[in-house]
Design a protein around this ligand. Structure first.
Ligand code: SAM
Length: 267
């Protein structure tokens, strides 16, 4: 079983971003294929905010949400137990070796996960194994190389360069959005429907949230630790990039667009 280095880790500044996610802002491309009563596997579910939305949408269908990180599954349980969604189950599991029987799910969904894996095709083969014959695969990943922002700032270019170098050192693919169709086809899926959608951060509240979040992430998350450990950055580099994000967040006309690739496919 492959054991990968996850670039972000689960620092509070990372979870601030992941807990913002909903079915609406992160799974809209597959909602038309999500029937009431469907059994769903959410792979690499993180803190599970999307999983909980999916459970509400498919009830009485079941949502199994898995993640390889014990600490984030513990958090997901704490966050969503009060919602009393009896059709939502969290467990620790590894996408390369899922502990589910063959063909048990109508929908297998992975959001912002394949970009972190050293062998995304092996993961997709395992996701294919647990998908029913008439089931739907739904994957969505950011494409860092396609991100755009305004105003331009060489320190933000430095951040992008550093992010690409750290993910490469982790044998991961920061520009996964554009690779999804190729990976999905290589894993034997057919009837691909390829799309893309953005997250756009512009108004004052969005800028403050996104800018502060990254200002903290570049100094405090596992990404920061790895950037220094791999010899790609010093604390001064990270401080400089962090300040650039804070300054960006104060620009009235500032905009940051996160581009995501998406694929729906069948067996
Ligand atoms: C960027 S987060 C996405 C979380 C969630 N899907 C979301 O969009 O908010 C990626 C998640 O994939 C998990 N992950 C990484 N490698 C994995 C593996 N081999 N099997 C299962 N989960 C994995 C990480 O622990 C992390 O929680």
């Amino acid at each position: 079983m492959t054991s990968d280095q996850y670039t972000h880790g689960h620092h509070e500044s990372v979870l601030r971003s992941h807990t913002w996610r909903t079915a609406q802002n992160s799974a809209a491309f597959m909602l038309a294929d999500l029937a009431v009563g469907a059994d769903v596997l959410d792979v690499g579910c993180g803190p599970g905010t999307i999983s909980a939305d999916l459970a509400r949408l498919v009830s009485p269908g079941r949502v199994h949400a898995i993640d390889v990180a014990e600490e984030v599954i513990a958090l997901a349980r704490r966050l969503h137990e009060p919602a009393e969604l009896s059709n939502l189950h969290f467990s620790v599991d590894n996408v390369y070796d899922l502990s589910f029987e063959d063909e048990g799910f109508d929908v297998v969904y992975a959001h912002q996960v394949l970009q972190h894996l050293s062998d995304p095709v092996a993961a997709l083969l395992e996701m294919r194994r647990v998908l029913r014959g008439d089931g739907v695969l739904a994957v969505r990943d950011a494409d860092y190389g396609a991100f755009v922002w305004w105003p331009l700032d060489p320190r933000l270019d430095e951040w992008m360069d550093l992010y690409q170098r750290v993910t490469s050192a982790n044998f991961a693919e920061a520009n996964a959005g554009r690779c999804l169709a190729a990976w999905v086809r290589a894993a034997g899926f057919a009837e691909l429907k390829v799309s893309s959608s953005n997250w756009t951060f512009h108004d004052e509240q969005e800028r403050q949230w996104w800018g502060k979040l990254w200002a903290d992430r570049v100094r405090q998350s596992d990404f920061a630790v790895q950037a220094i450990e791999y010899g790609f950055a010093t604390s001064a580099t990270l401080e400089r990039i962090s300040l650039a994000f804070l300054e960006w967040s104060r620009q009235q006309d500032g905009v940051f667009i996160v581009v995501n690739g998406e694929v729906l496919a069948r067996k």
